[in-house]
Design a protein around this ligand. Structure first.
Ligand code: PXP
Length: 237
């Protein structure tokens, strides 16, 4: 059964919009930890957060509290940089998704270049800590072959291209087939919404869709539980 990981970064984005530098007496809200409880109550299968180097939304406090409180799976998106790798080893999320990170971007833009020098060492360190490792990559055969050689167990196929041009679905299907043949497990995410998620069900071997922006936007109008339930309903063929 296809699973849903809900990215709750934007809940923290909203908190930071008001409470970037909290002063005494502030009770910063909304709390992503409370949002995770709602997401789980609605039946989602996991919580995804991106601890960025600049801490623009999710903070260290959030990830450590989530680790203690959630009952589903914790997927930590992160860049391959020493500070965050050390945090991941301490945190021990169920899964890490390694992503490229640029300070100037609004959200993760492209997939990872798996040929990066420190990647195999980082993957080995994370696996040694008992963490499943996923690589966020474009549906590109060269990257998929490199991912298969890297030691990572999963790839997360970048669906941003598909979200802008549904004709790219063919690329995702071919990429998932190749990844599966090479022994990789396959997730997907980025730019998925209530319109384009049904189309993604044509991609074989998918285990988890990681979706954030569309669900948090819908939640503004119908509440988080309902927004998650509606997305889950769309994921059932
Ligand atoms: N997967 C990865 C690796 C991401 O970086 C993001 C965005 O943080 C998502 C999934 C979720 O994308 P969206 O917010 O567009 O649903």
């Amino acid at each position: 059964m296809l699973q849903l990981g809900v990215n709750i970064d934007h809940v923290a984005t909203l908190r930071q919009a008001r409470y970037k530098t909290p002063v005494r007496g502030d009770q910063p809200e909304p709390d992503p930890v409370a949002a995770a409880r709602e997401v789980e109550a609605a039946g989602a299968h996991g919580i995804t957060v991106h601890l960025r180097e600049d801490r623009r939304h999710i903070h260290d406090r959030d990830v450590f509290l989530l680790r203690k409180t959630i009952r589903t799976r914790l997927n930590l998106e992160m860049a391959d940089v020493p500070e965050i790798v050390a945090i991941a080893e301490k945190l021990r999320p169920d899964e890490v998704c390694l992503v490229p990170e640029k300070r100037a971007e609004v959200t993760t833009e492209g997939g990872l270049n798996v040929a990066g020098k420190s990647l195999p060492r980082t993957i080995a360190r994370l696996k040694k800590a008992g963490i499943l490792v996923s690589l966020f990559i474009d549906p590109d055969p060269t990257q998929i072959r490199a991912a298969a050689a890297s030691g990572a167990q999963f790839i997360e196929l970048h669906t941003g291209g598909y979200s802008r041009d549904p004709r790219q679905l063919k690329k995702l299907i071919a990429a998932a087939e190749l990844a599966h043949r090479l022994g990789l497990r396959v997730n997907a995410g980025h730019g998925l919404n209530y319109q384009n998620t049904p189309g993604i069900l044509a991609v074989p071997h998918l285990e988890t869709l990681n979706t954030g922006h569309a669900i948090i936007c819908r939640a503004v109008f119908v509440g988080l539980r309902q927004a998650v339930r509606e997305m889950l309903a769309l994921m059932r063929p």
